[in-house]
Design a binder for this molecule. Sequence first.
Ligand SMILES: [Zn+2]
Length: 80
Amino acid sequence: MNSGFNSGMHFEGSYLGDTSKLSPDTSLECKICWWVYDPAEGDPVWQIPSGTPFSALPSHWRCPNCDGAAEQFMVLHTDV
Ligand SMILES: [Zn+2]
């Protein structure tokens, strides 16, 4: 229940750790190496089962390709 909280800052394309903005099937792309996390596929490197939303990844999860932090992933906008 954090309604009313507003940082006043907007970084387009970056979710900045606010996983509440993400829908369960949102794909995110590493802005360092462009590796994409697709919830439908999960992440075999981290043994994340398919169907795991980005918001449900463990807090220590990092980009399996470049070891970048999850916070710097960018939301991929797809037409649905
Ligand atoms: Zn990466």
